[in-house]
Design a protein around this ligand. Structure first.
Ligand SMILES: *[C@@H]1O[C@H](CO)[C@@H](O)[C@H](O)[C@H]1NC(C)=O
Ligand SMILES: *[C@@H]1O[C@H](CO)[C@@H](O)[C@H](O)[C@H]1NC(C)=O
Ligand SMILES: *[C@@H]1O[C@H](CO)[C@@H](O)[C@H](O)[C@H]1NC(C)=O
Ligand SMILES: *[C@@H]1O[C@H](CO)[C@@H](O)[C@H](O)[C@H]1NC(C)=O
Ligand SMILES: *[C@@H]1O[C@H](CO)[C@@H](O)[C@H](O)[C@H]1NC(C)=O
Ligand SMILES: *[C@@H]1O[C@H](CO)[C@@H](O)[C@H](O)[C@H]1NC(C)=O
Ligand SMILES: CC(=O)N[C@H]1CO[C@H](CO)[C@@H](O)[C@@H]1O
Length: 798
């Protein structure tokens, strides 16, 4: 057992640790001179067990024989602990416990409530403890948690003092009396694990350490100031107050466990996750709303998201996750290890299911967001981090590479005719991928790598045998120092891999036919912190709230620094030497969407060819388009256009066009209308090959919401929602989901059929329950058209 107990406080002349199992009592004796008597009593049936210990013992004894154990099985038993003094032969009771002996073997021990000790009454007792939740939580920026609002527990941030008030039955005498504050965490609190901390009242402030001192002694009422260290374990702590009675020959300890939880969180105002600017703290810790960017690099879409980190049960739920998955308490003190753990929690396990069950009120319904997609994982991760006090943001990377083979390059394959060989592409480029940045110092690394760290909760590639990713310092990703932990090469490839094109020859060999250095990692986006200047009104609405953080991940595309970073990272990669440059081509190509097409209309893909040479050029190849999942995985081939000996005169340009009608693509769409286009063509005269691939998305209509700008708690508000069906067909099995923290419970309202090109319009009713600037989020879904979303803000007053 615990060796440090030997040296623990001399006044602890008592059994410190009592755990029952079927026939065994474990207990720890701390002082040399005492005896332990155990009395097991069961409804008149009494079994007196006396055990004498006169050494430092951490003893495990078999006290009940088999038949005795069965006699007491399933019963409540009273156990009394006495000290015995040899000199005066006096016996005094020091503790009483009621325990249940479990009915089945191997069960956890049960320790039930402590009984008052009748024979010796302490003359100093704690009558009341007030954790002064409302004042402390304001100081600790935790007053918005529902736990604080409802006064259910005290939430404090580590490394920062808090004051509590205790009331005693009589005046407190500093000379004679002694109070001790014991903080306990976890199932089996232990001083060596750092989960049992005893504080003797002192009159000194002890910064950076656990400490308790008297702030004010107003006779029967004491104001106590408590300090926690900035390295304190994050979790739920219990406070136990011990009164120590000193008489001539005896020291007796009485303890009183306060029933309210004390939640100790990370402290971005002070500890390793320290963040310097109030605006940033307001966003990355205190903002419970935000946007998560989805879509395509050419049509980004900021989906409103309720993180809800202060809502009912969220913090308890996060603590529950830690209790069941972070067994090592020391991990709880270190934000780097915690961030890595958090990134692992999502892996297909039930944990996020637990969260989903508890949190679904604050999240979009399953219908609007298929659970298990990256933005959901990222949203939950932001919630988890913010609720625990780690500054966090959801970050979206468009054209995000998923490098499966550690090559830091993305390989695309074509056949000799120029058709894309999707089935050979192991690496994929997701239209977008969402992960998280968390803010912290990195004392485990050389200087200069603190600040934002990328963690990715979406299970993709195993790292050290489990699905976890990060924290990878953005500073290291930017410079290509991919040897710095954790998982930096993977994140580097996501934002900065080069695309390498290969052609499968008729012989089966692969020929390197091209390289695109600038197609991966575009418009890395996050929610703009409030208080920062917004984009101007002329830009798209989504862009006004978008902060582009691409420059935090990489240097300007094509700059020397950026190329150096790629080269540096490439030295670590498994595939080297694809960077030899050939003779420049004398024909220029550009592959693009003719214009951003709305869903429901036809679209057109154009290949622009300009001949810069003085001779005629002849081209052969193919343009193709297919639908794809947002992960970049191709879904269905939609249409091809063969380029067959196309001649371009000297000094001339030409456009080739692939037109696709609604009927041609409608049945082949998946997910959110993501499309892929690719082209490969060879110039007959020079044998040069042009190859490119890109993605785009058909645009869905937005849901317009007309609602009053202000409202009152308890007064109904009506909001009008509308959009026009863009499809040449009717929308069936339609429903509307309405949600908004503090505004309404989640509502799912079935709707009737919306015919082609008809404008859908309806009114929804909400009943605000909380004051503040609230956000109403409405989403229309049908069999034919999903995720037509809209939102608006409403200011609610009391
Ligand atoms: C703390 O609680 C005590 C007891 O309820 C109360 O009298 C005191 O005013 C509170 N202190 C503060 C600062 O709120
Ligand atoms: C305390 O112990 C001393 C001997 O060590 C004894 O003379 C005295 O009577 C004891 N006092 C009480 C209150 O028991
Ligand atoms: C989390 O804890 C649960 C329950 O103890 C366990 O089944 C699960 O495997 C753990 N998950 C991880 C990722 O450690
Ligand atoms: C919610 O979380 C608690 C732990 O705080 C857990 O015991 C419970 O099963 C969860 N509820 C659901 C519906 O998952
Ligand atoms: C992670 O998920 C994968 C796929 O569901 C599973 O094979 C693997 O065992 C999981 N790993 C851990 C550590 O939970
Ligand atoms: C191409 O055009 C440029 C001016 O646009 C002209 O000077 C040049 O002579 C032309 N070359 C040929 C081969 O037509
Ligand atoms: C070098 C050169 O003149 N290239 C020309 C090829 O054709 C296109 C279209 O006519 C011109 O724009 C280029 O200048």
């Amino acid at each position: 057992m615990d060796p440090s107990l030997k040296n623990s406080d001399h006044r602890e002349q008592r059994a410190m640790h009592i755990i029952f199992q079927l026939a065994t009592v474990y207990y720890i004796v701390v002082d040399q001179q005492i005896l332990i008597f155990l009395l097991l009593v069961k409804e008149g049936n009494s079994l007196n067990i006396v055990k004498e210990e006169n050494k430092h013992t951490h003893y495990i004894s078999n006290l009940l024989k088999e038949e005795q154990a069965s006699l007491f099985k399933g019963c409540k038993i009273l156990v009394k602990f006495y000290t015995f003094h040899h000199e005066n032969k006096e016996k005094s009771i020091i503790a009483t416990r009621t325990v249940g002996i479990p009915t089945s073997e191997g069960r956890k021990p049960i320790i039930e409530k402590e009984e008052p000790v009748p024979p010796v009454k302490p003359d100093l007792t704690v009558e009341n403890v007030d954790l002064n939740i409302s004042t402390n939580s304001k100081e600790h920026h935790t007053n918005e948690y529902s736990i604080s609002e409802e006064g259910r527990g005290l939430i404090v941030r580590r490394g920062q003092i808090f004051d509590i008030t205790i009331e005693l039955n009589r005046d407190y005498d500093v000379k004679k009396d002694d109070l001790k504050f014991v903080f306990l965490a976890g199932d089996n609190p232990s001083p060596t694990k750092g989960t049992r901390v005893s504080l003797i009242l002192s009159d000194k402030d002890t910064t950076k350490e656990w400490g308790a001192w008297i702030l004010k002694n107003e006779k029967k009422r004491l104001s106590i100031r408590i300090n926690t260290p900035p390295t304190c374990y994050v979790g739920i702590w219990k406070l136990q107050i011990e009164t120590v009675v000193k008489s001539d020959n005896k020291t007796i300890v009485f303890d009183m466990c306060h029933d309210q939880n004390i939640y100790i969180l990370f402290n971005p105002w002070y500890d390793q996750v320290y963040l310097h600017e109030q605006d940033l703290l307001n966003e990355y810790i205190l903002n419970d709303k935000g946007r998560i960017y989805v879509g395509n690099q050419k049509s980004m879409n900021g989906r409103k998201w309720n993180f809800g980190q202060f809502e009912k049960d969220i913090l308890d739920c996060a603590m529950y996750l830690l209790d069941s998955n972070v067994s090592l308490w020391s991990t709880r003190g270190d934000p780097v290890k915690m961030a890595r753990k958090i990134s692992a929690l999502a892996n297909g396990s039930d944990e996020y299911g637990v969260l989903e069950g508890n949190w679904s009120e604050y999240f979009k319904t399953k219908r609007t967001v298929c659970f298990g997609q990256c933005w959901v994982f990222s949203g939950i991760t932001t919630t988890l981090c913010r609720t625990l006090g780690i500054p966090a943001r959801s970050v979206t990377n468009f054209a995000s590479a998923h490098d499966c083979d550690g090559s830091i390059s993305i390989d695309n394959h074509f056949d000799v005719k120029g058709d894309a060989l999707d089935e050979l592409d192991d690496d994929s480029v997701w239209n977008f991928h969402v992960w998280n940045d968390v803010w912290m110092a990195r004392p485990d690394l050389p200087k200069g790598y603190g600040g934002w760290q990328a963690i990715d909760a979406t299970p993709q590639e195993a790292s050290e045998g489990i699905y976890q990713c990060g924290p990878a310092p953005l500073a290291a990703i930017k410079t290509g120092e991919v040897y710095l932990p954790f998982d930096t090469p993977f994140v580097f490839a996501e934002v900065n891999a080069d695309r390498v094109f290969w052609q499968m020859q008729e012989t089966g060999d692969l020929k390197h036919i091209g390289l695109n250095k600038h197609s991966i990692g575009k418009h890395i986006s996050t929610n703009l912190p409030t208080g920062k200047p917004m984009g101007n009104w002329e830009t798209f609405c989504y862009d006004r709230f978008r902060e582009d953080v691409t420059n935090q991940y990489k240097h300007q595309e094509g700059s020397n620094e950026e190329r150096t970073a790629v080269m540096r990272a490439n030295q670590e990669s498994s595939k080297k030497g694809i960077y030899h440059e050939g003779k420049p081509m004398d024909v220029q190509f550009e592959l693009l969407e003719k214009e951003t097409a709305p869903y429901g209309k036809d679209f057109e893909i154009i290949l622009k060819i300009s001949n810069n040479s003085k001779e005629i050029r002849t081209l052969s190849g193919s343009i193709c388009t297919s639908s794809m999942y947002y992960t970049g995985v191709p879904a269905k081939r939609i249409k091809n256009l063969a380029i067959d000996n196309e001649k371009i005169a000297a000094n001339k340009s030409k456009e080739l066009s692939l037109k696709v009608t609604f009927d041609e693509y409608y049945s082949k769409l998946v997910d959110q209308c993501h499309m892929k286009m690719s082209c490969m063509c060879t110039i007959l005269e020079t044998k040069h090959t042009y190859v490119d691939q890109d993605t785009f998305r058909l645009i869905k209509p937005e849901l317009k919401i007309k609602a009053p700008a202000a409202g009152k708690v308890g007064e109904k508000i009506k909001a009008e929602v509308s959009f026009t069906n863009p499809l040449p067909c009717a929308l069936t099995s339609s429903e509307l989901t309405v949600e908004g923290t503090g505004l309404t419970k989640n509502q799912v309202i079935p709707q009737s059929i919306v015919s082609s090109t008809q404008t859908f319009m309806t009114t929804v009713e909400i009943l605000p329950t909380k004051a503040g600037l609230r956000e109403l989020i409405v989403s229309f879904n049908s069999k034919e058209l999903e995720m037509v979303d809209g939102s608006c803000e409403i200011k609610i007053s009391e």
